[in-house]
Write a protein that binds this ligand. Structure first.
Ligand code: FES
Length: 372
């Protein structure tokens, strides 16, 4: 391929003031795509011409390569790629080593998610800024006007398009800018790793807990957030209470799969409930307990509509019909909210009869039983 200056910036303007960059269709000889004498830029222009593109202006940003100004721009871009790589590495360090186990009180574990966001955000910001600066400051200036066309392109036009892509790569000047080449590699490698880390990490990290069972067991009391147990009569009819297992840390993220809704239905509504087979003794009088974790994507489904006897999940508007034992009747959830079997203990407080009989939460979790 021959090397030549394709700059058209200083060519004389035509009568209408537009500077044509190549022979105009209908007036000038076409370039044969298979002509071995045609260089890459000839093919680019021919491809553009056949595609109805008028290249009205094309000029390199730095006609004389290697000037101080060009070097300064290169250094700026390299610096931004470097910063992107640094923040990508910081993301990896945070992802792997930052303590993330939830603890009560002030501690750095609570900064785990913000730190992931900040480091990845800056990594993406700097790689974006570097690419934009590259395009604005180093790629040749080009003004082209293109007609639309329909249908697939013939083979030789694909070849021309290939040449166009190669020309675009050549225009970046990366081949003759080793510093930028290294900076892109330094910036892109950690960023690529940062993006891959959560995917790989999720595969190699043991979730540590059987997703089928929760903290509920026979005899564990249903307690409020402040740890107080509940008796029948503590709740008004037609009211709802979020309850937790009455064990140490029962209301913390340690047992995030256990929050349960205790509902005191109005007697006339409770009498209409279609109980699931096997759950005939799972409620106590007009009191029913269901998992608070939406079976769609795990949000708290705790908006209680007393008039319609429905529980609503605010995330994607799934609705669960209490009269049908929390069967989903609207929205994306496909499983009922699992029911927690309850009874009273000898002191007259609500306790669980057992754990949930089916897994709680979204259907994507391990569900041997698709409890429709
Ligand atoms: S999480 Fe409840 S509807 Fe999506």
């Amino acid at each position: 391929m021959t090397t030549q200056d394709h700059s058209t910036a200083h060519e004389p303007a035509t009568a209408n003031g537009v500077t044509p960059a190549y022979p105009m269709p209908g007036k000038d000889p076409y370039v044969d795509a298979n002509d071995p004498e045609a260089d890459q830029f000839d093919l680019v222009r021919e491809g553009a011409r056949r595609d109805g593109v008028e290249l009205v202006h094309y000029a390199p940003r730095f006609p004389v390569p290697g000037t101080k100004r060009e070097k300064r721009v290169e250094r700026t871009i390299a610096f931004m790629f470097g910063l992107s790589g640094l923040f990508g590495l910081a993301f990896l360090v945070v992802y792997i080593w930052w303590p993330y186990d939830y603890q009560l009180g002030v501690n750095i574990a609570k900064l785990y998610t913000p730190m992931l966001g900040i480091t990845l955000g800056f990594a993406l910001f700097f790689v974006g800024a570097a690419v934009i600066t590259f395009a604005k400051k180093l790629l040749p200036e080009e003004v082209a006007v293109q007609d639309r066309h329909d249908g697939a392109s013939p083979d030789d036009e694909r070849r021309l398009t290939g040449a166009t892509l190669l020309q675009t790569f050549d225009d970046t000047g990366i081949k003759r800018r080793p510093m930028l080449k290294a900076a892109i590699a330094i910036g892109a490698a950690p960023l690529g790793l940062a993006i891959a880390a959560p995917l790989v990490g999720a595969l190699i990290t043991n979730p540590g807990k059987d997703p089928i069972t929760t903290a509920w067991k026979e005899g564990i009391r249903l307690v409020r957030d402040d740890g107080t147990p509940i008796q029948p009569g503590d709740m008004h009819t037609g009211s709802i209470e979020t309850v937790f297992p009455g064990i140490p840390d029962g209301n913390t993220n340690k047992y995030a799969d256990s929050p349960t809704l205790l509902i005191h239905m109005r007697p006339e509504d409770a009498a209409k409930v279609k109980v699931q087979p096997g759950y005939e003794t799972a409620h106590y009088g007009d009191y029913f307990a269901y998992s608070k974790i939406c079976t769609h994507a795990g949000c708290p489904a705790s908006l209680y509509e007393q008039q319609t006897q429905r529980l609503l999940c605010p995330c994607h508007q799934s609705q669960f019909d209490l009269l049908e034992s929390c069967k989903p009747v609207f929205g994306p959830a496909s499983r009922r909210l699992p029911q927690l079997p309850i009874k009273l203990d000898s002191a007259g407080y609500f306790v669980a009869q057992s754990d949930y009989r089916v897994p709680i939460g979204p259907a994507l979790w391990e569900h041997p039983d698709n409890d429709k």
